[in-house]
Design a protein around this ligand. Sequence first.
Ligand code: MTE
Length: 308
Amino acid sequence: MLIRKPEDIPSSEITPEREYLNRRSFLKLAGGVGAIAAGGALVPRLLHGALVDDQPQADTPNSWDQITSYNNYYEFGTDKADPKANAQNFRTSPWSIEVGGLCNKPGHYHYEDLFKPASRVDRVYRLRCVEAWSMVIPWNGYVLADILKRFEPQPGAKYVKFTTLYDPQQMPGQRRPVLQWPYVEGLRMDEAMHPLTLLVTGLYGKPLPNQDGAPVRLVVPWKYGFKGIKAIVKIEFVDQQPMTTWMIAAPDEYGFYANVNPHVDHPRWTQAVERRIGEFRRRPTLMFNGYADQVASLYTGMDLRKYF
Ligand code: MTE
């Protein structure tokens, strides 16, 4: 199957974003404070020197333009506009994922064999970047647990390690030692098997644009955005916590857990507030990015200041 890019799709096939959102019955797993409806009096206050809205407004999805023009993807450059400018010719088909480590069904799996449209799910999730901005994104993807179960992880598998493609010819950022390449991320097994965790292949009902991580990227909505590794080519089941790219780059600043936590500041800035792209006033950041009801129990008894 050829993976079509938005520009390959005739405009007659493209549903306007608003209509798409109205039409599809998105599973809104907002939970907690995020469920507060819009319309309440918004009382701005000062927090950490920033003007902040006390009540988060309803979670209106960001526009296609915002989601696809303001990206972090260092393989294609370090400025927010670089990925869109530099990733347009990135080849996402054919694509396969190598599966290995502690599982009974290792091998090379073709994209089309892993991601069958019949089991696709549509979820509107908040994405909170460690840089203190956020967006609301209508993703299309697959529950990671359903994919991982097919590989029959063994009892010794405690973590899942994900690796991005290494191809400096196609990814100009990899020609410079900005990060240790290829980009690597990891999850504890129970985090990977949590029903909120997705492998994403699209947004707004269209194939995932290259700058957003085509053909397949991870999305873990209660963690900082850097956990959402793009262009995944390898999944490994391992018994030790893997070293991740950002831990190698700055271990004091980026932890393995990377749970969104307004009480644990980044050493160089506060994490108590965030700026939703498209808004002026900052919002208070919610514990676990607003998904505490669903995920807090994964961390019972853990000191989240130590395991940040
Ligand atoms: N994946 C790879 N391979 N390389 C990257 O530089 N950046 C991460 C994450 N995934 C990154 C990556 C960071 S820091 C964030 S905030 C999210 O992607 C941003 O996703 P978005 O551009 O789709 O909003």
